[in-house]
Design a protein around this ligand. Sequence first.
Ligand code: UD2
Ligand code: MN
Length: 460
Amino acid sequence: MTSILFDFYQPNLNAVPCRPKEYDVSSLQPTSVIITFHNEARSTLLRTIVSVLNRSPAELIEEIILVDDASPNPQDGSLLDKIHKVKVLRNDKREGLMRSRVKGADAASAPILTFLDSHCECNTGWLEPLLNLVSHNRTHVVSPVIDVINMDDFRYVAASAELRGGFEWNLVFKWEYLSPPDRRDFAKDPTRIIRTPIIAGGLFSINREYFNELGKYDVQMDIWGGENLEISFRVWQCGGTLEIVPCSRVGHVFRKQHPYSFPGGSGAVFAKNTRRAAEVWMDGYKELYYAKVPLAKAVPFGSIDDRMAIRERLQCKPFKWYLKNVYPDLKVPQLMVVRQGSIQQGHRCIDTMGKSVYRTAEPAQVFQCHGAGGNQDWSLTKEGQIQHDDICLSMPASLFIGAPVVFQSCDQASKWYFNKDELIQSQDKPGFCVSATPDSNDLVFAICDQDDYLQKFEFD
Ligand code: UD2
Ligand code: MN
């Protein structure tokens, strides 16, 4: 069996911190390896499996679950069933990698799941550093450095470890150089774990229960694409961590095109999946995606209620938090925001009062200005929304004079005309404005009146 393996690159194996023996294998939790495939070359599939079995401590591999995603020839998978520890599941019809991986994960029994593509070669010592992190930190989701298996001659070529995953506003995954401070740290210690805004998607380990708690994958995504951004946003925004472990190396065949069909067309499938990720996780920033890829707007993406419910259940943070804390290097075009600052009337400012209102509307209020931004920091978008994270100022549900103006999810919120030191006028109900009240902190709906000082707000 081993003879089919090519000579492999030995990554940092002489650098003491990378030595596999550094890990006390008995302290690590075992893993189920999940590999989904559609129409994969048998030799390549075999290379992946053999490298897992040969290059991992046996006690750490509970099983290898292959999910054959309706490959035309069922023998591609069924013949592999004979190999020790390998279990094969097969889909009757093509499901795509997301539903296939979930099927594999549901059948898995080890405490840690490790996903691999079907055309990989795991390198020496690849597994221990991944399991070491996940065994001791259940919310850490970790990837190896992904080396390159040359597409033409299947040679194993080392890739740079000075990369992490990112994206541009078209929401296509890309590799990028580490930020300058991370690069300096890396130069000092090339074994140092790298935090990454996004994982490439195919190769990672995660605690099984955590994977389930976090909502597995979005099973309404099809075939290929978008799930890597979705799980990355979800992990970070819901309190987990994504890391690349330089001491773990796995080779992967990067292909120039998909060696399989896309029922529905690759553009439409990718746009649907990406829209689902954007609609659930990106709040108002999804507009930057639509500005970049306007055609996506025409692609139906189905219901996202189940995924929104996960976001709510886990009390996940807004996308703005992700941009600020996880991916501050990403340039955010100013496209959406026309003005930013506090919205002030005398010494009182519009204030979220610390609530992170999500779906239900709550009365909007003013509070003593403190000049420190935070809950009093508002953006006026080009479309006319008055926004703080994912909360927007919105018309009351029932429109009568004196009805409370509310904060609610920007998806459902109404729009305003408001430029500087003026009235905040409704776009949908011309002639109606936001008014403060003399004896309380509430904001209410009123008939616009230039001379009423309670309706005058200053955008600072
Ligand atoms: C990358 C990821 C891949 C996935 C994808 C985005 C790596 C190395 N690879 O693209 O795992 O996250 O981005 O979706 O990070 N497959 C099925 N059913 C299908 C289509 C594909 O089972 O309908 C399998 C396929 O055989 C392979 C895996 O899913 O094992 C990933 O597909 P790929 O290798 O074409 O994706 P890749 O590496 O271009
Ligand atoms: Mn692949």
